[in-house]
Ligand binder design. Structure first.
Ligand SMILES: [Fe+2]
Length: 359
């Protein structure tokens, strides 16, 4: 995947109210229902706290760049100390090196290239003319990787970063299940036109599905500092696919991840992530309830409750949650979406269900 390309996607929409057409009666009613349930004063209190708590986090990421993304070895994760666990949980995204050996990764890559060449006629992908995402889910190589004992052990360790505060009903398990995802392969220097900043695990359903919404109760109630992104107690009942959409998985993916079969450096179109899960999520969840003041100030006290529109910025029912520097200005995305450190064949990268990736 080597070859220098630009990092920011060209033509990504701004998702500002002017150009959004999602002012729907349903969304307005939804907003009003949430305001009624939790109280406007609590939501205002939550917003001011969330923006204030976010600020130092964002400034630190902007200052340090991708040095804030934890880079760990396989063994460090398998035998994680409490400090390592805390680091991983706070960031919500990390690189784990050497999950499979360089030799194995390189041989897997050659095998995949051969599979694609041998089956060229029957394989589709996106963009259709020169795919970077291949609609391949069950090639022998992908299955080998997914069932690799080291990979499975690692996934169990990552799932264990979550806990279940409600084990009496449908208790959660850290055992991984095999999730079939597509294959990505870009020629050196090939621009990837696809995904700008987006968060999977649903979009409108975060607010519209009662169980999903309840998992954010601390945020809505005015206590974003008490929100625990790793508690499955309520989240396990969330309907991620309340609305249909090809981007919506009905399965809760604790983490999404990549296994690198080739190397890639930050300037080569590799993944970008916004580290830190708790403060960013609180901001994302509260953002639709507030309107930017006419003077463009980012001071949270100056932002007013938006009681008139059903506009949820970047939130379209059938798509992933999308963001832009304009729709979510406090995130300073152009400075804080940082490229993952250079990865080598056999390394993996992981991000929590609510973490924001680009690509
Ligand atoms: Fe995604």
């Amino acid at each position: 995947m080597s070859g220098k390309i630009s990092n920011w996607p060209s033509g990504w929409p701004k998702f500002t109210s002017k150009e959004s057409n999602t002012h729907d009666a349903f969304e307005l009613e939804l907003k009003m229902e949430i305001l009624k349930t939790y109280g406007a004063e609590n939501i205002k209190k939550a917003w001011v706290k969330a923006v204030c708590n976010l600020e130092p986090v964002i400034s630190e990421i902007a200052a340090k760049g991708n040095a804030v993304i934890p880079v760990l070895t396989y063994d460090q994760v398998i035998d994680a100390t409490p400090e390592t666990v805390a680091t991983m949980q706070t960031s919500g995204c990390f690189v784990i090196r050497g999950v499979i050996s360089t030799e194995e990764a390189t041989s897997h890559f050659a095998e995949l290239q051969k599979f694609v060449a041998d089956n060229k006629e029957g394989i589709t992908g996106w963009p259709a003319s020169n795919p970077a995402i291949f609609h391949l889910y069950y090639t022998p190589t992908q299955l080998k990787l997914r069932t690799d004992p080291r990979h499975l052990k690692l996934q169990k360790a990552l799932n264990s970063l979550f806990h279940d505060s409600n084990p009496q009903i449908e208790p959660s398990s850290s055992d991984p299940i095999l999730y079939a995802d597509a294959l990505r392969m870009r020629a050196p220097g090939q621009e990837f036109l696809g995904l700008g900043p987006h968060i999977d695990a649903g979009s409108t359903c975060r607010w519209a599905d009662k169980a999903y919404r309840a998992s954010y109760t601390n945020i809505f109630s005015g206590y974003p500092e008490l929100y625990d992104p790793y508690d499955l107690g309520l989240r396990k009942f969330a309907n991620l696919r309340l609305f249909n959409g090809s981007a919506h998985s009905s399965v809760f993916r604790a983490f999404q991840g990549w296994t690198a079969l080739t190397g890639a450096a930050p300037t080569e179109g590799s993944l970008m992530l916004l580290p830190n899960i708790k403060e960013v999520t609180a901001y994302l969840i509260l953002r639709p309830f507030f309107r930017m003041p006419a003077d463009g100030s980012l001071e949270p006290e100056k932002w007013e409750l938006d009681l008139e529109s059903g506009w949820f910025p970047g939130t379209e029912r059938d798509n992933s949650q999308m963001l832009s520097p304009e729709s979510h200005p406090h995130l300073r995305l152009k400075e804080t979406l940082v490229s993952i450190p250079a990865i080598r064949p056999g390394d993996t990268v992981w991000w929590h269900a609510d973490v924001l990736p680009l690509r």
